[in-house]
Design a protein around this ligand. Sequence first.
Ligand SMILES: NC(=O)c1ccc[n+]([C@@H]2O[C@H](COP(=O)([O-])OP(=O)(O)OC[C@H]3O[C@@H](n4cnc5c(N)ncnc54)[C@H](O)[C@@H]3O)[C@@H](O)[C@H]2O)c1
Length: 356
Amino acid sequence: MAKVDVNLTDKNYTVLIENGLLARIGELVAAHWQPRQIALITDTNVGPLYSAKVISKLSEQNFQVHEYVVPAGESSKSWEVASELASKMAADHFTRTDAVIALGGGVMGDLAGFLASTYMRGIDFIQIPTSLLAQVDSSVGGKTAIDLGEAKNIIGTFYQPDAVFIDPETLDTLSDRYVAEGYGEIVKTAALDSVDFWNLIETIDSIADIRGHATELSQRSIGYKAKIVMEDEKEAGNRALLNFGHTMGHAIELLAHGDLAHGEAVSIGMTHIMQVFEEHGIADAGITATIKERFAAVGLPTDSDLLFTDAFYEKILNDKKNRNGTLNLVYVKTFGEPAIYGIPSTSVKDFFNNKD
Ligand SMILES: NC(=O)c1ccc[n+]([C@@H]2O[C@H](COP(=O)([O-])OP(=O)(O)OC[C@H]3O[C@@H](n4cnc5c(N)ncnc54)[C@H](O)[C@@H]3O)[C@@H](O)[C@H]2O)c1
């Protein structure tokens, strides 16, 4: 069992990580909430696997659970799905004293969090993340979102949950591809965090190793994210470090039209942004090869033909993180020493191409 405390100005909550935790989810939720109606928001993959257990444990504690199942996948992060869910909750007479639980991956967390933060101006919310990405990253930090077509996460709120309950045993049913994808964010976090965390990454040589170390990897990743979020909840400063690998990654993810998963795009993005900074002599010599080797060890891609094309630069310049004509790029000088490097948008192409 592991615990991470998140202490923010207006809210404190705990992330609990424990194998088999779902068996006592009823009592864990009852420690936070009086009996009430709960909207259990899940998707068509996760619902059939875990809803019955969660509903039965919550019912034992006198919660009245309404399960709302939406199609699995990013397309459920939409106005249409959010609006359908809000209509169902209204029809089921949800009031301000009722609550929402997200059961699923990052898509369920973002969607259910958005709904919880806007339904009747905000009702209580708990996260039960079941994908590795959600367990190591997206369930903590309070960002909620829906997409507008290709514009990802363009509508959203900052809304912290009352608790995050992680059962690493749920990863047993997650595909290897999604495990690798979540691991992309773990490698990112380890590089930002410390030599110590990076040394753990050096011992991970397969998907089985990731699964075997899931509790420790979640605890360390969430611990780092919590520290950053506690310093900068609304991303006015250091929280931007978490975008390491995401500027290039996001551009190629969009250009791949679904062929690259988010974590795969981040793996490619991190490798290449580090290559640029290493070749400029800003990051330590040899660090890119070390990072690349760790991604390759679990089968994550580190290259793409979509990089450095005209369409790639167009996407980079349109990135929502491109502020006032400056593109802020995150790199690590060495493990545990991250920094943000701002360059004028007009110089991006030269910076990426002319590395000497
Ligand atoms: N809010 C944040 O801070 C934040 C941070 C990073 C990413 N995100 C968002 O997270 C989303 C990606 O998250 P994701 O990769 O978890 O996607 P996801 O929620 O689509 O889950 C991936 C797939 O795994 C399935 N799944 C989840 N848990 C499972 C389990 N235990 N067993 C079997 N199948 C399971 C899902 O049904 C889905 O098909 C994106 O929308 C991204 O924008 C949010």
